[in-house]
Write a protein that binds this ligand. Structure first.
Ligand code: ADP
Length: 476
């Protein structure tokens, strides 16, 4: 079984969020399923240099305004196809935006990626490789299933995965032609979306199967509170919709072997205390008598950081501490800086992106707080489980599917793996933090909870089997 996975980011080459973790992990996770997956992404500056010996497997003299070449290379054990089109992808700034905000030609930049993916999937590549399945991720690749449908699929089936419905690839209807869509795409059952074009909607309407990254999010997406306008489109495709959780890459995220921390396991939890002390020193905190909570997150409305700011005074007064790493909306960064200024011994904030520090935080924290208003899957609560950094989560999306909240019954059955709250508001979050304080105060119960969390199944085996089954059902 051959699968071409196409996305705008993938670790270890380029990452702005969880999408990259998942796209990067899938090829290795799927190998035991007999799936040979290649990953295709734009050749942003520097990408080709990281691929070592590269070989051209396809070219187009006019791919959305320039000469593009598809370069095959290898990183780790994964074959990568980088679309080398400097006129589209060589920009000062990130993959999607620079100092002036989003690049105005983003629709064409990612339509080009989708077009190239659909074309090589249908016709095969220069080295004779042709996939059975084209697996597209999010709005950036949303047009790939549509191009297969409109221009001939060559026997290739398509899958579209929604990693976050908030990003829909909406652009003006006047771009129909420049996105190389046929006139009949201008229809509510295709790409037309309230007088605009949505590349995500096109994919949702036209892919053979749709997946999203947790069973709860799959259900939520069919409701107006979560579907963000696309709930009707998704509900109509309910029979083809699959909720498959993301996994955690054990090679990168395991407390037993993580080079960023003093390693520990359920049998050597004392070492976690050493990591805690190191983390407190690194963040310049003082004595934290209660649980030391961590947050590693984009600082946005989605992530509920404003709720955390409101719940914090009570948590700090009860003995808690907070170490936060992230960046995002200015008012949320300011709220967190204000908290750090108010309680310098208990709250510390690092604005920025720092992979190594995030590992040290999971190694040393007692709890990780994830108060998201919506969360398709979420990764940090799963890192929390693996590292015995007890997750405190809003009961939504993948947070609901991965954490078993502490209740008298779940604690008695030794099934609880964290703290879960609902609805997603300040009052409920305050309640969850009170519960965290009291769980932490009972040291025998706390150590049971930590060990139970560390034994939670959050690897790729189950999800990989689900993807393998889906691919096989499509090609049967
Ligand atoms: P999303 O993709 O919505 O941002 P996820 O929880 O799915 O949220 O994935 C976020 C990923 O990015 C995780 O791997 C998390 O550890 C990482 N991350 C987020 N912010 C930072 C940061 N400031 N520094 C390091 N890693 C971060």
């Amino acid at each position: 079984m051959r699968v071409l996975s196409v996305a705008s980011e993938s670790v270890p080459l380029i990452k702005t969020g969880g999408l990259a973790d998942v796209v990067g992990a899938l090829p290795l996770a799927l190998k035991p399923q007999g799936v040979e997956m290649r990953v295709m992404l734009p050749a942003y500056p520097g990408i080709l240099d990281k691929l070592g010996p590269i070989e051209e497997v396809w070219a187009d003299w006019n791919l959305y305004g320039g000469h593009a070449r598809l370069m095959k290379g290898v990183i780790g054990d994964v074959t990568v196809l980088a679309l080398d089109a400097p006129y589209l992808y060589h920009r000062d700034g990130g993959p999607y935006s620079g100092a002036q905000g989003d690049y105005p030609d983003n629709p064409e930049r990612f339509a080009a990626l989708s077009w190239a993916a659909a074309t090589v999937a249908r016709d095969g590549m220069g080295d004779g490789w042709k996939p059975d399945i084209l697996h597209a991720h999010d709005w950036q690749a949303g047009l790939a299933p549509a191009y297969l449908r409109y221009n001939g699929d060559g026997g290739v089936k398509s899958v579209l995965t929604i990693h976050n419905i908030a990003f829909q690839g909406v652009t003006g209807g006047d771009r129909l032609e420049s996105l190389r869509l046929p006139w009949h795409a201008w229809h509510p059952d295709h790409a037309e979306y309230h007088g605009n074009i949505s590349t995500l909607k096109a994919g949702l309407a036209l892919a053979d199967a749709i997946t999203t990254v947790s069973p709860t999010y799959a259900e939520e997406l069919m409701r107006p509170e979560f579907g963000m306008g696309l709930e009707g489109v998704i509900a109509r495709r309910a029979a083809d919709l699959h909720g498959i959780l993301n996994g955690v890459e054990a090679g990168t995220w395991s407390p037993e072997s993580d080079p960023a921390i003093r390693p520990y396991s359920t049998a050597t939890l004392k070492e976690k205390a050493a990591n805690r002390a190191a983390l407190i020193a690194e963040f310049g905190l003082g004595d934290v008598p209660g649980p030391l909570a961590i947050v590693v997150s984009r600082l946005t409305w989605q992530k509920g950081i404003d709720l955390l700011a409101e719940a914090l005074p009570e948590f700090i007064a009860a003995g808690g501490g907070l170490a936060l790493l992230g960046s995002g909306e200015a008012h949320l960064e300011q709220a967190m800086h204000a908290a750090a200024a108010r309680w310098p011994d208990r709250v510390a904030v690092r604005i920025g992106y720092d992979e190594g520090l995030s590992h040290r935080m999971f190694g040393g924290g007692d709890a990780v707080i994830v108060p998201s208003r919506f969360e398709p899957c979420g990764l940090t609560q799963m890192y929390g489980l693996k590292y015995g950094t007890v997750p405190v989560v809003a009961a939504t999306g993948g947070l609901n599917d991965t954490v078993i909240g502490a209740t008298p019954a779940s604690l008695a059955a030794n099934a609880a793996t964290g703290v879960s709250f609902h609805p997603v508001d300040t009052i409920a979050l305050k309640g969850a933090l009170r519960q965290l304080i009291s769980l932490h105060a009972d040291s025998a119960g706390w150590s049971r909870l930590v060990k139970r969390a560390m034994r939670a199944e959050v690897g790729w085996d189950g999800p990989a089997k689900a993807y393998g089954d889906l691919y096989r059902s499509l090609t049967a």
